[in-house]
Every structure is written in structure tokens, then in C-alpha cells.
Design a protein around this ligand. Structure first.
Ligand SMILES: Cc1cc2nc3c(=O)[nH]c(=O)nc-3n(C[C@H](O)[C@H](O)[C@H](O)COP(=O)(O)OP(=O)(O)OC[C@H]3O[C@@H](n4cnc5c(N)ncnc54)[C@H](O)[C@@H]3O)c2cc1C
Length: 374
């Protein structure tokens, strides 16, 4: 083991980033843009195969704790800039409505408390926005006017393009299985292939604690929780609408022409794996959404699941691990890794290079550091 230090690796010129989901490609692109020689190593033969490719693709500034909301708000300008760069917008506005039944008013108050992104909406407005809700099931609502759909594929590709344009390389089908130190640098191996670098960035999603363990770094206690999504046909005359989220997080849905996207908002603990949906979770969501709406959902067209991986306080873990020089975390993105991804990547890269947090990220490094769990 190496000597403990509270400083990031000084004078780093190279980095290996483990993981090709949104966390990995975004921090890799930021580091490459800062002049670091970056190699991104991904276990699968395609990038974004795991959680990043399975999200609901929503940007909801009122979602998550205060740290998550700060990062989500700070990402808005990145989305704008990347849309210009890509020639087409990455965010498409879609209001989010948090709904509670008459018995859930205290939960609505709790969610609204200290949350500037949400405004209290009268029942009539909630029903205007989401006409499929059964009026007797609505006691109140909160509206997030800045909610949007995210073009996750375009976002991910934009980072890949930035990374490769800045000289970074991507190694696919390369599951990192050994990590050591040689001559003050990291030596990262995937089978017979090896890479060396000053910085090692752990952006391995559900596997991030396992990758840390390979490097001799103490875990932060990440918990992968399975979440299910499915689509269900709806009649053509059902008007597309907002993202509608149960205030107690028991279901959510949104309607597009002819199809509803639905989730039971499940959080089932799971080991890191290629997550699959369970029929019981789908059945539960069909029941719950049919109970509060007139959608009359009957069949399932597609279903999938992914692992939302949380640190114990549900904030991300980003930046250098003070116990191990050159080891950088970008993990614990939970259910917000897309929406807060751009600002989190800028924050993680800045901290990795020993720089202050970007001025628009209104947080302290401690709020992101792994030391909060030790
Ligand atoms: C159903 C669902 C809905 C969601 N909806 C939203 C939403 O609307 N908005 C939002 O912001 N977020 C949402 N999320 C959360 C979001 O998808 C995640 O926070 C985000 O994708 C996490 O990205 P990641 O890069 O950390 O993980 P991943 O995308 O899982 O990437 C990690 C990568 O690391 C690789 N890897 C692991 N171990 C190794 C190794 N040893 N060697 C090499 N590579 C390795 C994996 O193969 C994987 O590709 C949702 C998640 C789910 C499951």
C-alpha cells in the first residue's frame, strides 16, 4: 500500500477511467479536455450497456437531495452547450408533476420543503396537466416546470466524441481484473491487456466498490438497487402528458403517443449484475397506475431493469480518495446519474487535478468526498 495523503496526485498527465457509462465517458472527456492522456476501459463490447442505457431519461431539477439538485441545476448550461455542439437539443421540455392522494399531503409538504425547483400546484392544475389521473385520487401536487426528457444517447455520444477528439482512447470488451502500483503509477489489467497511468478513475457503476477493492481502496458502501421500467400500449386518443411521479415513490409514468412508460419505482437490493425485470414488479406497477388513472393498462410491450447504485447518504462520491494517491471516484450516481452527469463530471475532473470545484457547482469537496463514510 502507498502512503496516505490528503492531496490529489500532483502533476498527473495520464488517467485510466474504468467504466463506459455516462459517469465514465463524461469524466474521461473532461480530463482529456484538460490535456490528460486518457484511456477509458469498458468491460462490455458496447458502452452504456448497463444502467446508462436503461434509464427513464428524465431531467428533473426537483428530484434528489440538495447535493443532487445542486449538480442537476449546474448541468443545465452543459446541456445547452452540448445541444449547440451536437446541432440538436439534448433536453426536450416535459413538466414533472409529483402527485399525492388526499392522505399524502404531509409527504407533499415534506418534498416541497427547501426545494426551490418545485412549486405547489392546486388540484385543478394537476388534473389539467395530467388528465388521466382519477380526480378522487389527487389531493395535491408539486410541479417542476424545468423538467425535460434527456436524449441520453446523444449526451453519451457527445462525450465520446469529445474524448476521442481530445486524443483519448476507448478499450472495449476489457473487464479490469487486476490493479497494482508500479513506479508510482497505476497498472491496470484486463486479462492480458494492461495500461499504466498516474490517475485511476473508478466510474464502474454498480461495480465501483469492487473495482476499488482491486486497487486496495476501502469501499464506500455502495448499494446497487434494481429498478424496473416497462412500456404499455395506450389508446391513440390519450393525450401525451407530463412525467407523473407518486410523492411516496411507489410508481411513476408518462404517456407518449400510443404508449406509456411505467415504473414501480422499485429499489430491490442486488449484487452488481446484468439486471433483469421481475414479473411481480411489473404487475405491481400495472395495478398501482391503473388505480390512480383511467389509462386501463393491460399489456406490456417491452420491459427492462437496471441498477441504481447509491452511497449511504444518496449523494454521489466524486474526487480523489485521500487515503490512496491517484485514486479518483465517480460513483454512487443513484437515480440521477444522467441529469446531474455533466456537472458531476466537471467536479470530479477538477478535484482529480487538484483544482477547486467549478464556480457554478455550489458544493464543497467534502460533500462529494469518500471520507464522509470513513
Ligand atoms: C430504471 C432506471 C431509470 C433511471 N432513470 C433516470 C433518469 O430518468 N434520470 C437520471 O438522471 N438517471 C436515471 N437513472 C439513473 C442513471 O441511469 C444512473 O445513475 C447512471 O446511468 C449511472 O451511470 P454509471 O456510468 O455510473 O453506470 P453504468 O452505466 O452502469 O456504467 C458503469 C460501467 O462500468 C463498467 N464496468 C464495471 N466493472 C468494470 C470493470 N471491472 N472493468 C471495466 N468496466 C467495468 C460496466 O460494464 C458499465 O458499463 C435511472 C436508472 C434506472 C435503472
Amino acid at each position: 500500500m502507498t502512503e496516505p495523503t490528503t492531496q490529489p496526485e500532483p502533476g498527473a498527465t495520464s488517467a485510466v477511467v474504468v467504466g463506459g457509462g455516462i459517469a465514465g465517458v463524461s469524466v474521461a472527456a473532461e480530463l482529456a479536455g484538460a490535456g490528460i492522456e486518457v484511456t477509458l476501459v469498458e468491460a462490455e463490447d458496447v458502452l452504456a450497456h448497463h444502467t446508462t442505457g436503461r434509464s427513464a431519461a428524465m431531467y428533473m431539477p426537483g428530484y434528489g437531495n440538495a447535493v443532487v439538485r445542486a449538480l442537476t441545476a449546474a448541468s443545465a448550461a452543459d446541456y445547452e452547450a452540448m445541444g449547440v455542439e451536437a446541432g440538436t437539443a439534448i433536453l426536450t421540455p416535459r413538466t414533472t408533476v409529483w402527485v399525492g392522494g388526499p392522505e399524502d399531503l404531509a409527504a407533499l409538504d415534506a418534498l416541497a420543503s427547501g426545494n426551490d425547483a418545485l412549486r405547489v400546484a392546486p388540484v385543478d392544475e394537476v388534473l389539467d396537466l395530467a388528465a388521466v389521473l382519477r380526480p378522487e385520487r389527487v389531493g395535491g401536487g408539486l410541479v417542476d416546470d424545468a423538467g425535460s426528457d434527456i436524449d441520453v444517447g446523444l449526451l453519451h455520444q457527445t462525450y465520446v466524441r469529445r474524448l476521442t477528439h481530445a486524443g483519448g482512447t476507448i478499450e472495449r470488451s476489457a473487464r479490469v481484473d487486476a490493479i497494482g502500483r508500479a513506479g508510482g503509477r497505476w497498472r491496470v489489467a484486463a486479462g492480458e491487456r494492461t495500461w499504466e497511468a498516474d490517475l485511476l478513475v473508478d466510474a464502474a457503476g454498480a461495480w465501483a466498490d469492487e473495482v476499488a477493492a482491486l486497487a486496495g481502496v476501502a469501499p464506500v458502501g455502495l448499494a446497487p438497487l434494481r429498478r424496473t421500467l416497462f412500456t404499455s400500449p395506450v389508446p391513440d386518443d390519450v393525450v401525451p402528458g407530463p412525467m407523473v411521479v407518486d410523492v411516496l415513490d411507489r410508481w411513476y409514468f408518462r404517456v407518449d403517443p400510443g404508449i406509456a412508460l411505467v415504473s414501480p419505482a422499485d429499489e430491490t437490493p442486488s449484487p452488481p449484475c446484468d439486471a433483469r425485470p421481475e414479473p411481480i414488479d411489473i404487475a405491481r406497477a400495472l395495478d398501482a397506475v391503473n388505480e390512480v388513472t383511467t389509462l386501463g393498462l393491460r399489456s406490456v410491450r417491452n420491459s427492462w431493469a437496471g441498477l441504481r447504485t447509491f452511497a449511504p447518504d444518496r449523494s454521489p462520491v466524486a474526487g480523489p480518495d485521500p487515503a490512496v494517491p491517484g485514486f479518483v471516484w465517480s460513483a454512487g450516481q443513484g437515480g440521477y446519474g444522467i441529469q446531474m452527469g455533466p456537472a458531476l463530471a466537471r467536479a470530479a475532473a477538477a478535484l482529480a487535478l487538484g483544482r477547486p470545484l467549478p464556480a457554478d457547482v455550489h458544493l464543497t469537496p467534502d460533500q462529494l468526498s469518500p471520507t464522509r463514510f470513513r
